[in-house]
Design a protein around this ligand. Sequence first.
Ligand SMILES: Nc1ncnc2c1ncn2[C@@H]1O[C@H](COP(=O)(O)OP(=O)(O)OP(=O)(O)O)[C@@H](O)[C@H]1O
Ligand SMILES: [Mg+2]
Length: 234
Amino acid sequence: MRQKTVSGIPGLDNVLFGGLPQGSTTIVEGGPGTGKTTFGIQFLLEGIRKHNEPGIFITFEEFPEQIYEDMRLFNWDLRKLEQENKLRVVGLSPEILMDQIVNPGGLFEEMIKEIDCKRIVIDSISLIKYLNGNERKMLYTFRNVLRKHGLTSILLQEQSALKSETASVEHFVFDGYIRLAIKVRFYTLRKRTIEVLKMRGTRVADGEHPYRILDNGLYVQKRSLLSRFMQSLV
Ligand SMILES: Nc1ncnc2c1ncn2[C@@H]1O[C@H](COP(=O)(O)OP(=O)(O)OP(=O)(O)O)[C@@H](O)[C@H]1O
Ligand SMILES: [Mg+2]
């Protein structure tokens, strides 16, 4: 069986029967405030702190300073990890990233080698799709380069309410697809749910699992007995 990469999100590794397949590329999709960025950073911190796996966080939309600032809420000192060469938070444009990715020996490859990177997060790939050119081809190229370097990758994607049920090309291209959502329960109550819709090469526990965001990040809760019973019927 393929080696697993522990996600670092408590509870999610049970849903994934041990974790993400090593070297896989996974889309983590969700609406605003569902915790995508937090998920990504938490995944990198797990690698750095527990598995000696340095990581890179690429952000198209925010300056690295904003990410440092936001993540201080969880008491995560990202600057220190950067100084120790275990983490890189890089702000660049999707055009430059794609340009670098197709260019062997370019900045992207150099950065990976420099810190011996094993995990990468892109926040978010929504913008790559809007670059000029053949979208499917671009996504395949992107996926293949990540695989070539053996990186276990999380690609964050914004989800608009309108498109929530339609499958897009990226859902087919990448190895995994995880969806974060905020569901309405009983008028004003909200419930966060996480669902693994696809993960090539591993079993998954089907269905929506409740998750929470707390002071130390995301964690996936056990489903209620009733919900597990209902799932077993379908
Ligand atoms: N201790 C906490 N308890 C509850 N919620 C929290 C806690 N800390 C942070 N949050 C919330 O968790 C969310 C996490 O935000 P994050 O930036 O990861 O989401 P995102 O999906 O990346 O959002 P965006 O779509 O804006 O990029 C924020 O809305 C924040 O208010
Ligand atoms: Mg975000």
